[in-house]
Design a protein. Sequence first.
Lengths: 168, 163
Amino acid sequence: MGTIHASARESNVRARVFAHLNAQSYAGVVSVIFEGDEHFAPQTHTPFIRFSIVPIGETWSGRFSATAEAYEARVMLVGDVFAPDGSEDGTHDAFAVDRAADDVAHVMRELSLSMKDYASTPATPTAVADSPIRVVEGALQRIPLPNADGYRRRQITNELRWHFQHSD
Amino acid sequence: MAEALTLELEQARFESAVSAFLRGKAPDVVDKAVRKLAFDVVAETTKGLNGLGGLPKRIDTGRLRAGWRVAMANGGLPTAGLTSSPASKAGDGTAAVAGVGVNRTVTVANRVKYAPHVEHGTLHMLAGKHLERGLRLARTRLPKDTGLDAIGPAMRRAFNSVF
């Protein structure tokens, strides 16, 4: 068993995906947070989006080279959109949550990113070849959830896959 | 002069035999397959609730996890390996198998009140997505070959055992 390859670090995938999502624009949304952001306190009148990644599993997918196996990893990317429902302040747009959810779905629908190695050089991550992070076509789901805690909610889920190397 | 060996297929008799075979055996096969599929989804869901596979562990009294076992038992579905809980209440889960012939639907419902909050998350808790993960995994494991040629080898094996 050799050293771990950069493509096998799920931390690199999370950093790459969250960095990309953080750079996008979402209608009417002030804050974008990610799982692990422990100090975020939802502000009652402020819409925000929360992204998280849920593992599905990995399967062996053959040999990558003479010295490494290949595996395919699958995760769910979950985008939770929260917009004030007016119960605390009655002047809010009832459709703001859907506009923000439209933008989240647009970003998540055909996501395709190159893998980068944040573990080695967090400030200037280097590209990792042969391991693109891609959505599974047609797997996006968008559901309304009951209002709670002063917010309207929409949840968008999609599936990401990538291949990683495991040296013999 | 060598004699030629010929084989004549009586199409009508062949098709009649295939139809009889499918009518007799296929519904049972489909019923078993759908029940097993439901069990696989529930089993993966409870594994996720236990925190396996890197999912967020969401076990306190075990009532939510046991709700799946209650459901499967109420529907006469397999429960091997599913965990029970002293916190369970009657009605924590329901299940039913419906349909006739080769059309089967299995419905399994966990009716513990906070199940949606664990699955979809809340303002302060991340989505667990345990059930959705189970469904995605089960879908991946389904046989993918649905073309007309897929049935050929199975039919040949079936007839070889008859003649």
